[in-house]
Design a protein around this ligand. Structure first.
Ligand SMILES: Cc1ncc(COP(=O)(O)O)c(C=O)c1O
Length: 447
């Protein structure tokens, strides 16, 4: 039997080393030691955090230095031994397989059900364009979907003459389930939801929604469920194989803090037959060299198309490894929720309105300030504090990761408080002027 070696360690030795490292950190943590020393050390791995308070993980995560190095090393490897050679081609195959396996472990799914994509939107588009739509089919979406996904749905609907309607997300789980049940029709081919809503931070009850879809009988069998995982992957512990979702799209560049340009799409085995690849290339197929005929790559791998930026894959895996070395995802999620509660309470203590009426369920917090949110975000940025504005609802969004610190939160709260007071002292005429100036360059991106 051959043993795969990574550097001077075998895979098994490396796994043991990692398990040991986590065990030691968890022992310190569970002994009641505040994790702040661990976190300060951990944060040093993220160059983007140097001298900054960062609250934009839901838009774009901070790439750790070792992940950056892994990308550079991979690039150098390709140039040294290829870029096109049998050696590098074998290496690319392994990079792809290892990354798929890594996503599979993270999300609790088999490798064959996972396709590598570029981002969330690319994954959603694979499903949206791949169903065999019939004119008049119905798509049901939540009323909180991201504009990029809405734009794709709108274009598919225009092209195939589909009906699209939305259901209202309610404050309670039961309310939302009833709302979806009312929205489902006998020709609803697809339901599209985000697992965590980008504009309220609510976590939708995925399994219950999946159950509703699976029991909604239609001419083609049943309603399918496409899930946008932009704000959930890297935050929530997930076991997608058991979730009942048919399709689940995500990206590495947000909460996983991987490089931009790599994402994934989970396709449940029993749902594969419903989606045809729209874009096809040499990576989608197996070629029979005897007669030149094609057959699909197994499972979701048929959605791979052609040459990609392979060196990024090493970066994604390293970024995921860095989080895992710190603590298991359950513990990290606990800490995100704990920090969010702290932030939510602190904001209210100083009289800043939060849009959430109860402690946040994830790292997303929405606050309303007395001045224009674009202006607040700009002001905070002058103080090296990074947040984002939203237009619907009009507010400032904060996103907190497990390695956000209370110091960062306290600084942010102080800055917000100063800004509110400054606004009061300057008076409405001056503020209106500032807002007008602000609006001349204000724009909203959809991250
Ligand atoms: C809920 C949601 N869906 C989709 C996107 C788009 O993600 P991506 O840039 O990976 O396509 C975002 C963020 O930008 C988002 O928050």
């Amino acid at each position: 039997m051959t043993t795969t070696r990574i550097g001077s360690l075998s895979v098994d030795e490396k796994r043991d080393l990692l398990a040991n490292l986590i065990r030691k950190k968890m022992q310190r943590w569970s002994k009641g030691e505040t994790p702040s020393a661990l976190i300060d050390d951990h944060r040093k791995q993220f160059p983007a955090l140097d001298g900054k308070s960062y609250f934009n993980y839901g838009a774009h995560g901070t790439l750790p230095r070792p992940a950056m190095n892994a990308v550079l090393e991979a690039w150098e490897y390709m140039q040294k031994w290829g870029p096109f050679s049998t050696e590098v081609n074998d290496w690319i195959q392994q990079e792809v397989s290892k990354t798929i396996a890594c996503f599979g472990t993270l999300l609790g799914v088999m490798s064959e059900t996972m396709a590598l994509t570029e981002n969330v939107t690319a994954g959603c588009n694979i499903v949206l364009w791949g169903l065999d739509w019939q004119q008049g089919d119905h798509i049901l979406i939540s009323d909180c979907e991201n504009p990029g996904i809405l734009a794709a749905i709108q274009q598919v609907a225009r092209r195939f003459r589909l009906h699209v309607s939305s259901f209202r997300v309610e404050a309670s789980e039961n309310g939302t389930i009833e709302s979806i049940a009312r929205g489902l029709r006998s020709n609803t081919r697809l339901v599209v939801i985000s697992h965590v809503l980008w504009n309220t931070g609510q976590v939708l009850p995925l399994s219950k929604i999946a159950e509703l879809c699976r029991t909604n009988r239609i001419a083609q069998g049943r309603t399918l469920l496409l899930v946008d995982g932009a704000q959930s992957v890297g935050v929530l512990p997930l076991k997608l194989a058991q979730s009942g979702a048919d399709f689940y799209a995500f990206t590495s560049h947000k909460w996983l803090c991987g490089p931009e340009g790599v994402g994934g799409l989970f396709v449940a085995p029993e749902s594969l037959e419903f989606v045809q690849p729209t874009f096809v290339g040499w990576r989608s197929v197996k070629i029979d060299e005897s007669d030149g005929s094609f057959s699909w790559q197994p499972g979701a791998h048929r959605f791979h198309v052609s040459t990609s930026a392979y060196p990024l894959l090493a970066g994604v895996r390293r970024a995921i490894g860095i989080h895992d070395e710190f603590a298991p995802i359950e513990k990290r999620y606990e800490r995100i929720v704990e920090l969010s509660r702290y932030t939510w309470e602190r904001l209210q203590e100083v009289g800043i309105e939060c849009l959430q009426h109860s402690p946040p369920q994830t790292g997303l917090i929405f606050l309303r300030s007395k001045s224009n949110p674009h202006q607040v975000v700009r002001y905070l940025e002058t103080q090296n504090c990074y947040t984002r504005s939203m237009y619907d609802p009009e507010c400032v969004r904060l996103s907190l990761h497990y390695f956000t610190t209370r110091n960062e939160v306290d600084l942010l709260v102080d800055l917000l408080q100063n800004h509110e007071q400054r606004g009061r002292h300057i008076g409405p005429a001056k503020i209106l002027g500032e807002i007008r100036n602000e609006n001349s360059y204000a724009h909203q991106t959809n991250a």
